[in-house]
Design a protein around this ligand. Sequence first.
Ligand SMILES: *Cc1c(COP(=O)(O)O)cnc(C)c1O
Length: 388
Amino acid sequence: MKDKHFETQAIRAQLNRTDYNEHSVPLFLTSSFVFDEAEGMRAAFNEESDDFIYSRYVNPNTNEFIDKICLLEGAEAGFASASGMAAIFTTFMALLKSGDHVISCSSVFGATHAIFTKYFPKWNISHSYFTTGSVKEIESLIKPETKFIYLETPTNPAIELIDLELVASIAKKHQILLIVDNCFATPYLQQPIRFGADLVIHSATKYMDGQGRVLGGIVVGQKELVHAIYLFGRLTGPSMSPFNAWVLSKSLETLAVRMDRHCDNALYVAQKLEGHSRLENVSYPFLSSHPHHAIAKKQMKAGGGIITITVSGGYEAAKQFLDKLQMIKISPNLGDARSIATHPASSTHCKLSEAERLSVGITPGLIRVSVGLENREDILNDLLQALQ
Ligand SMILES: *Cc1c(COP(=O)(O)O)cnc(C)c1O
């Protein structure tokens, strides 16, 4: 499958058929597997074994999902988890020890920020943030005990971009790891391993599912690193459920066509809204007005499905705008076939202080729009009528 193109891999990489010769991969809802002999079971419990033992360790559906993402991201190995946060947390816990230090972009997913600030101190792990727009800052933050650089690009929700190749070169030079949360771009638009990342994490809940049905997460990358994460995960139990793996693996078959449409719709809506008298700003990576447009062009195939708009009039105006939306619903999710609007300051990023929010570009009037797959005119018209 390695020689095939993205779309083909996402559709054709699948489990071997069972004796029934089924066309579509069946769902293996089984918590454990049986052994013909006692010796086989003994051997399977070796940490290096990839035999089917117990679905907290491995399951055929989960394996298929992992294998697909490895192909699509150009990774050696992967570990799938119950949610994106489970992938992030399991990765942190497997790789870090007391005394370690990590560097992250300041604009990270709210729950990831909460792990850094609320729980890391309990375990004597420290963190430093670099300003998303200023990658040069990273070198001055590196200490002997720095284990990895962690980043998201495009960032959530400010839609800023970080130069992956540049950060990877800094990580290499200082022999520390680079971990990228690639959730907003998906492997269809951006493959961080190609630019030098060591591990790539996804919330599969978003574009991978694409229809707002299941939670899931995955981390892929270098074999030895992933093996350490897998061993910690199989022990502590954040594993992905076989049912969710089955749903997600089938969802991947349509990832490319969905992303093409998400990107087309988002670019169209962003272009039409840009300059609107009630808006202070419209941000989308493939708008030439975006301050990081050149980085977007370098590392992304297209701009993704998320745009942010800043309504004039702050929080009150943002609330009014959201309440006036008719078709587009207010929800914290993104990457769904249905367009969604979110007010980050009062929801996904409410755990940050006002000053922290402003420092990462989350103003009171900022609204994140996950542009869905509905007809682009219907999406635009709903936004326009709510702006009136
Ligand atoms: C949603 C999200 C997560 C967390 O994923 P869950 O599946 O909700 O646990 C992590 N990072 C980013 C960028 C996200 O958007």
